[in-house]
Unconditional design. Structure first.
Length: 185
């Protein structure tokens, strides 16, 4: 996992319509949440309505939100720009949803799954990397965003980020053949 305190990796990626966004473009005044997502993953599909609400709530409070899709679209074409656009429209995402075709940005973040969540403070230091909440498809736990909301609330009020931070669980990022990073082997 990316170490807490790590500086925000810089990136420039197109969204599903080809508009390029940089890490500077998507930052909020009080922080930035980088979320690795994809349209087909059942773990993302399980939380996506609540995640869209979360994004609206915290964008209004000064935390920027960006989604990044890094799967190999040769193997999962439904995760490409058309699928991303459809997901964003269907769910009501209000944040940029970027396409990491070369998978370089996922590797910079040491992202491993979808969803994989990274919260940076206003000084671009990583303060949280972990799960949205304890809900998983089929486990009966309500989807609330409790863990991520607690981290964002602490960030916004200057309080310590709650511990322990539970790693994200989801579908593995679909790496291009031969391009799997060492940290997932």
């Amino acid at each position: 996992m990316l170490e807490l305190g790590t500086r925000l990796p810089t990136f420039r990626l197109p969204d599903f319509d080809g508009r390029v966004n940089s890490s500077d473009d998507v930052r909020g005044s009080k922080g930035l949440l980088v979320a690795f997502l994809c349209p087909h993953c059942p773990f993302v599909r399980h939380i996506r309505d609540a995640f869209a609400r979360f994004a609206r709530d915290y964008q209004a409070r000064g935390i920027g939100v960006v989604g990044i899709m890094s799967n190999d679209v040769a193997v999962f074409p439904q995760d490409g720009p058309d699928g991303m656009r459809g997901e964003a429209q269907e769910v009501g995402y209000t944040f940029p949803y970027l396409f990491d075709e070369r998978q370089d940005v996922a590797k910079q973040f040491r992202a491993a799954c979808t969803p994989d969540l990274f919260l940076f403070d206003a000084d671009n230091a990583l303060v949280y990397r972990g799960q949205f909440d304890g809900s998983r498809p089929g486990n009966g736990v309500p989807v609330t965003g409790r863990d991520l909301r607690a981290a964002c609330d602490a960030l916004l009020t200057g309080q310590p980020i709650p511990e322990p931070q539970t790693a994200s669980i989801g579908c593995n990022i679909k790496w291009k053949k031969g391009g799997e990073p060492e940290y997932v082997k």
